[in-house]
Unconditional design. Structure first.
Ligand code: UT7
Length: 312
């Protein structure tokens, strides 16, 4: 039992924060940010715009693209680590925002930057078990909530946004979410985590070293698991944390850069929303075409890491 992708959508807040905007408020430069990260701008949600608002906007667009209503969805999974409320889940609040009446189960997955891969992993399992027919996976983050504007090491790295994907159960094992692998290692907690006062604590260079090995390892792992090689993959959408990490991973795997979809320049690191936002961007702008095979490696706080293979 497999799945197929029937709809997608994304949402980016209106406010664009450029590197030049950061130059005005802290000791940084456009040159440093571009050279070290590849980032040029990111979107920041308005003060009263919540993770639920962004997730609901992406969900509406995905439903429109699939010509469905929220009551056609029988499970909603939201990958997020930045919910303003401790409870209930963002997912069930999205059901409320969209007026769902069908009592579908809805829950959040907290996998930090690997969150959307964890969400896709859950969706694949529910399809494989034959338990659900139409699952929406959303990645939504308001990372700007955690930004310490006194810490230039982390402040420039993150952005806000949401992306949504809708999958339908299908008898084909060759479409939709074809495969997923997810991993976690709590021993590396110190490298990157939130603080009790909601700030980002990160050892950048150590995190970098892990990211350049674990993302390619996850990509390799899933290709072996699925019995495919780099030539079979049309696009790679790595977690968009840093252009240098992406380029280094591509070189390790022998993937040509033309196959790598890059949005880190426009969106920066949107954590659990990064891959779903990037897939929507690739589809909207005609890079990714129906029937193509997309490989999604991701890595983040936890540590967590993993990969998904999706035929769009
Ligand atoms: O999504 C979850 C996963 N997250 C990641 O994968 C992030 C991984 N890490 C990175 O992407 C990189 O380590 C960073 C982009 C965070 C930092 O780049 P780096 O090349 O590792 O720089 P660094 O931390 O070694 O810092 C080099 C210098 C330091 O100055 P000194 O001590 O050499 O004088 C920093 O203070 O760059 C300085 N620096 C800055 N300068 C201007 C750090 N941040 C900034 C800044 N503007 N924003």
């Amino acid at each position: 039992m497999g799945s197929r992708l029937v709809g997608y959508g994304s949402y980016l807040p209106e406010k664009v924060m450029t590197n030049q905007d950061f130059e005005k408020i802290m000791d940084t430069s456009d040159e440093w940010i571009v050279q070290r990260t590849g980032m040029r701008e990111r979107h920041f949600a308005a003060a009263d715009e919540t993770v639920v608002d962004m997730a609901a906007n992406a969900a509406r667009r995905a439903l429109n693209s699939a010509n469905l209503t929220i009551d056609d969805i029988d499970m909603l999974i939201v990958a997020t680590t930045s919910s303003e409320l401790d409870f209930p889940s963002v997912a069930v609040q999205v059901l409320g925002a969209l007026g769902a009446k069908n009592n579908a189960p809805a829950f959040d997955v907290r996998g930090a930057c690997t969150g959307y891969i964890y969400g896709l992993h859950c969706a694949r399992a529910f399809f494989s078990a034959g338990m659900h027919n139409r699952i929406m996976v959303i990645g939504a983050e308001k990372m700007s909530r955690f930004i310490d504007f006194n810490d230039r090491n982390t402040a420039v790295l993150f952005g806000d946004g949401a992306g949504a994907l809708i999958f339908e159960r299908s008898s084909s094992g060759y479409s939709g979410i074809i495969d997923t692998v997810v991993m976690g290692d709590g021993r590396e907690f110190d490298m990157l985590h939130g603080s009790p006062d909601h700030k980002i604590i990160m050892n950048g260079p150590e995190t970098y070293k892990k990211a350049v090995t674990l993302m390619p390892a996850a990509a390799q792992h899933i290709m072996e698991h699925a019995g495919i090689t780099a030539e079979n993959v049309d696009w790679i959408i790595p977690h968009q944390a840093n252009l240098r990490i992406i380029q280094s991973g591509a070189a390790r795997l022998g993937f040509p850069l033309e196959k790598i979809l890059i949005t880190v320049d426009k969106h920066a690191n949107t954590s659990g929303a990064s891959g779903v936002l990037a897939l929507s961007y690739g589809l909207d702008n005609g890079y990714i075409k129906h029937g193509q095979l997309v490989l999604y490696p991701a890595f983040g706080s936890g540590l967590t890491w993993g990969a998904a293979l999706i035929r769009v």
